[in-house]
Design a protein around this ligand. Structure first.
Ligand SMILES: Nc1ncnc2c1ncn2[C@@H]1O[C@H](COP(=O)(O)OP(=O)(O)O)[C@@H](O)[C@H]1O
Ligand SMILES: [Mg+2]
Length: 323
């Protein structure tokens, strides 16, 4: 078996309830090594519940999950040794300095003293915290605390990192700094599963986005794929004159013509109409100088169309119909 090709995270039919309340209702997902998976969902969608389960802090009711090749229930210790967790489950101690927090983490992980000190100062440098290393974390800004938290998860050299809403509450500059750090970490070969309520964050960082709603992944794909899935995505064809516009709308009966701009919108929500296909079919109809552009909805529209507004009557089955 080629272990290096095994997925970093593999979740199969995971279920978890709190009493009668089904929070995770049959979640399955796979995250390849050295990639970023963004779990996108509104408040209460079950993001932290899923992360806690994968981080071995919660037991699933049924289904299974493997992280870094280990079963999260039967091999919980091995999973814990391979992961880092941050976000809503912050480990930063406000009463300790940046350096002390990192060294404490190194001690908890039983790193040799010298190695722990080296790692601590290296991480403080890397995260731009060296100047504040000797101040208590209580004096740190939100962005600095978040960076220190992330640095602490890296002390043990994890192969998989869980970031639970890493940039919630951060100002735009800190958020961007955090994104840069996440990109660096992934470039080093680490796998990241992050949860977010921010579409832009998923768009910026994720190789794959899973939309969690009503306890299920109601949609999954690259940011570009998701954008193409919702109504609103289309290909716009610009032509030279009204005669060509007539011809173009005969080729694409679904197209919506706009005489004012001599263009037509071809819906591309269902099948992925490619620019090359469109150009080819137009050329076959004698239209050789058309301009073709792909216009995608932004992820906000995707999100709104794929998730339900929170309502007491919401059930998993209605969420499923959306997928
Ligand atoms: N310890 C708990 N006991 C009971 N219900 C919980 C508990 N933790 C979370 N929940 C409920 O599970 C649902 C999902 O919570 P959570 O996983 O924290 O969502 P998210 O992180 O997406 O906001 C929410 O309705 C929440 O109220
Ligand atoms: Mg949460």
């Amino acid at each position: 078996m080629n272990l290096s090709a095994a997925p970093a995270i593999e979740v199969q039919n995971l279920r978890r309830s709190y009493g009668d309340h089904v929070v995770l209702d049959d979640v399955s997902l796979t995250v390849p090594q050295a990639s970023v998976y963004a779990l996108l969902g509104p408040n209460g969608a079950g993001k932290t519940t899923l992360v806690s389960t994968l981080a071995t802090l919660l037991h699933p009711d049924s289904g299974s999950a493997r992280v870094a090749g280990h079963d999260v229930v039967r091999e919980a210790d091995a999973v814990r040794g391979a992961i880092g967790v941050t976000g809503q489950l912050s480990a930063v101690d406000d009463l300790l300095t940046g350096t002390e927090n990192l060294r404490l983490m190194a001690d908890l992980l039983h790193l040799p003293k010298a190695e722990g000190r080296r790692r601590a100062s290296e991480l403080l440098d890397r995260f731009g915290l060296a100047d504040s290393a000797d101040r208590t974390a209580a004096t740190y800004s939100g962005g600095m605390t978040r960076k220190l938290d992330l640095a602490m998860t890296l002390v043990g050299g994890p192969s998989v990192i869980f970031l639970d809403e890493p940039s919630t509450g951060l100002d735009p500059r800190s958020r961007r700094e955090l994104w840069d750090i996440v990109r660096e970490i992934v470039a080093d070969g680490t796998t990241i599963l992050l949860t977010t309520q921010y579409l832009e964050e998923a768009d910026q960082l994720a190789d794959t986005v899973g939309v969690l709603d009503g306890g299920r992944i109601v949609a999954e794909g690259t940011p570009a794929e998701l954008k193409r899935r919702v109504p609103g995505g289309h290909v716009r064809v610009g032509v030279a004159d009204a005669v060509e516009l007539d011809a173009a709308t005969r080729v694409f009966p679904d197209a919506v013509r706009d005489d004012a701009t001599l263009s037509a919108r071809i819906p591309s929500a269902d099948d992925l109409v490619s620019v090359r296909d469109v150009l080819g079919r137009l050329e076959d109809a004698g239209i050789t100088s058309a301009s073709v552009t792909v216009e995608t909805p932004d992820l906000d529209e995707v999100f709104l169309s794929l998730t339900q507004p929170a309502a007491p009557s919401r059930t998993a089955s209605t969420a499923k119909e959306l997928s």
